[in-house]
Design a protein around this ligand. Structure first.
Ligand SMILES: Cc1cc2nc3c(=O)[nH]c(=O)nc-3n(C[C@H](O)[C@H](O)[C@H](O)COP(=O)(O)OP(=O)(O)OC[C@H]3O[C@@H](n4cnc5c(N)ncnc54)[C@H](O)[C@@H]3O)c2cc1C
Length: 435
């Protein structure tokens, strides 16, 4: 069947070398059913020697500002992509507990929703990992398997019945399938003229690293304030990464404060749960919006990750959601290719969309819903928010069910991200997928 097809430079071109793009490329090279050298990754930002990505900044510097909380399902997926072994493990922080509370209740009171790994008989609840480390580890795996990294930026995209043509600032390539993993302002999505539903949260997330006088106890902390949620995430070096989502005017004010005053305000906002807090470097403010592409596919094209959906960061699910897109897409393509299908066949792409579009959209709305319901100040709505958290806190069944879903141990999890999953060697080029 493939002999009758027109020749193309690649079977699959992935656009974007961020966490999701690099991971889908590594996964496809390992489990996609196509030869690794027939997969290309357009990754314009390579910063290491020999054009290879660096998983950690030179000189062992402190943590990057952009980090992500990674679930068990994502860990399984990264292992199956061969990326886990390339992570700088000394820079990865496992967290064992989570504490979520409302500003109207004390952090150590009965109204705090608390999860622990021990309660679930798990070693931990997940990991805090720098975004650049995730992307670099997946790129290293991809290269090690023989995938081709092209350090060029996408400029144009066109397709016909035979192939997609990918124009870059370094030349043009033909492929059977193009995967858009080029982030929130996806050019692939734009060039395909796919519509996006957007919502402006009128909030910005301030991210920064802080030192605290009390140890972080390998715990992820989240306090719901009337102006938005504040998260304190444990880092490998004993510091914490903060994600302080605040109404735009407040965020602007906080960004203008001198470091000492900002630290004082942060300590108050976190209810002193980690003692005194000291800003340990620069702050970055990121405007928050929800954006969901109305479709995940186009002619010989599919979207994954932030190119497909940008969600509120309050539950730390953005990268995790993209990883599940990667797992679903790879699963569909490998099954199709094993049956002799063209990886860009509309039938396969529709199957991918059926698996992910509703799920991704619901997750996106759920995050908006949590933000609406729980980010409430002193008011009847705030009282209800605090009671809802307290209700969940005292119900072990509900708590366990939440925690298992957040870990990716329950719910709709694509096969390549499931624990204990093993795929047929014919599809996986002799490598057994496992977590
Ligand atoms: C404050 C904050 C906190 C967050 N915390 C978490 C968390 O704890 N857990 C979690 O799971 N998620 C979290 N997220 C979400 C997470 O950061 C994103 O979902 C994730 O970065 C998306 O990865 P991506 O690879 O899809 O896109 P990106 O990281 O945006 O990568 C896109 C890549 O595409 C490249 N690119 C762009 N245009 C082109 C082009 N024309 N040609 C070639 N390449 C191109 C870019 O250079 C980039 O490398 C958070 C988000 C925010 C804002």
């Amino acid at each position: 069947m493939s002999a009758a097809r027109a020749h193309t430079d690649f079977d699959i071109v992935v656009v974007g070398g961020g966490p999701n793009g690099a991971t889908v490329a590594a996964l496809l090279a390992r489990h996609g059913g196509v030869p690794p050298e027939r997969v290309a990754l357009l990754a314009p930002e390579l910063d290491g020697h020999d054009g290879a990505p660096r998983a950690a900044p030179a000189g062992g510097a402190g943590a990057d500002l952009r980090v992500a909380a990674i679930s068990r399902a994502s860990e399984c997926l990264l292992r199956n992509a061969g990326a886990w072994e390339h992570l700088p493990h000394e820079r990865v922080c496992a967290y064992e507990r989570m504490r979520i509370w409302h500003e109207s209740a004390p952090a150590d009171g009965p109204g705090t929703l608390a999860f622990s790994a021990a309660e679930l008989a798990e070693a931990n609840l997940g990991y805090i990992i720098e975004n650049r480390a995730l992307a670099a580890a997946a790129q290293l795996s991809f290269r090690a398997q023989g995938g081709r990294v092209i350090a060029s930026r996408l400029r144009s995209l066109a397709s016909d019945a035979a192939a997609a043509r990918v124009g870059t600032d370094g030349g043009e390539y033909s492929a059977r399938l193009v995967i858009g993993a080029d982030g929130a302002r996806s050019q692939v999505r734009e060039l395909l003229s796919l519509a996006v539903r957007e919502h402006d949260y009128r909030q910005s997330a301030i991210v920064a690293n802080i030192a605290t006088s009390k140890p972080h106890q390998h715990t992820a902390w989240q306090r719901f304030l009337g102006t938005g949620p504040l998260a304190l995430l444990p880092l490998f070096d004993g510091r914490c990464s903060i994600v302080w989502s605040a109404d735009s005017a407040l965020a602007e004010e906080l960004m203008k404060l001198a470091p000492a005053e900002f630290s004082r305000r942060l300590e108050a906002a976190s209810d002193g749960v980690l003692g005194t807090t000291t800003l340990a470097g620069e702050r970055l403010s990121l405007p928050l919006r929800r954006a969901t592409s109305v479709t995940l596919i186009g002619p010989r094209a599919a979207l994954v990750g932030d190119a497909a959906h940008v969600i509120h960061p309050l539950a730390g699910q953005g990268v995790n959601l993209g990883f599940m897109d990667a797992a679903a897409l790879c699963g569909v393509l490998s099954a199709g290719v094993a049956e002799g299908e063209d990886p860009g066949a509309a039938r396969l792409l529709r199957r991918y969309e059926q698996q992910r579009l509703t799920h991704d959209t619901l997750m996106s709305w759920a995050m908006s819903g949590f933000n609406e319901v729980f980010a409430r100040g002193p008011s009847p709505a705030g009282w209800i928010a605090a009671r809802l958290l307290a209700l969940a806190a005292v119900n072990p069944l509900l708590r366990r069910s939440f925690a298992r879903r957040a870990l990716g141990l329950a719910g709709e999890v694509p096969a390549l991200a499931r624990r204990g999953f093993a795929v047929a060697p014919a599809v996986s080029r002799g490598r057994e997928a496992q977590c």
